[in-house]
Write a new protein. Structure first.
Length: 219
């Protein structure tokens, strides 16, 4: 039962994350003063939102499979390699579908994507995706993982730059939505103090779970 709940949450969460990015890019959510109006069909059920949700889900599955090729051995490692290749192929197909949808439903992001400050990120993401796929084919799993992490990082930064300066296009910018300076300074200080506790805790977490053990498939 817990495995089913965990699996469902791991599926729903990235899909809704991608769908949310698509919704705030589409212009179907309007923020006029203190009023927010949403056209549900146009915001949440349009092809761009669905495609971005599917892309985020495929990307999460691909990243998980690539990571587990490094953490496993034997037949289990080969199983995760096949899963990574399958989800990687699906991800490439979704990327091809997503580009014309951006041009149709998120014109601002589409135009910014091809400007000089974002185009190198887009091309770099493509090269890293190819490098990650080659690492899987050649069974260079650590190289594949490094490229996959870079691919995801560039993808997120590319979306942020393509969406700039908006938080919700076309009415709400990041500057308009920002809290007062005193609040921002307080949050920054809190984050810095929190990192002092968080970083050692994360180190201990990975130390306990990794533990220098190797995981193999059962005979």
């Amino acid at each position: 039962a817990w495995a089913a709940v965990f699996g469902a949450a791991s599926t729903i969460t990235p899909f809704l994350l991608g769908a949310s990015l698509g919704a705030v890019s589409s212009g179907a959510i309007r923020v006029i003063g203190s009023a927010v109006s949403v056209a549900p069909l146009q915001a949440w059920l349009n092809p761009l939102t669905m495609a971005m949700g599917a892309t985020a889900l495929a990307l999460s599955a691909y990243l998980a499979a690539v990571y587990l090729t490094v953490e496993t051995q034997g037949q289990l490692q080969e199983d995760f390699r096949r899963r990574a290749l399958l989800t990687g192929g699906l991800l490439a197909l979704l990327a091809v579908v997503l580009l014309p949808l951006l041009a149709r439903y998120a014109r601002h992001s589409w135009e910014v994507l091809w400007q000089w400050q974002t185009l190198p990120l887009f091309l770099g993401g493509v090269l890293l995706a190819v490098g990650s796929a080659w690492g899987l084919f050649a069974r260079r799993y650590k190289l594949s993982r490094i490229c996959a992490v870079g691919e995801v990082s560039i993808l997120l930064w590319g979306w942020a730059l393509a969406h700039w300066p908006y938080l919700i296009y076309p009415d709400l910018t990041l500057l308009n939505a920002a809290a007062p300076l005193a609040t921002l300074n307080g949050v920054l200080l809190t984050v810095l103090v929190g990192l002092v506790l968080l970083i050692p805790s994360l180190w201990l977490l990975f130390r306990v779970f990794k533990g220098g053990r190797e995981y193999k498939s059962r005979p």
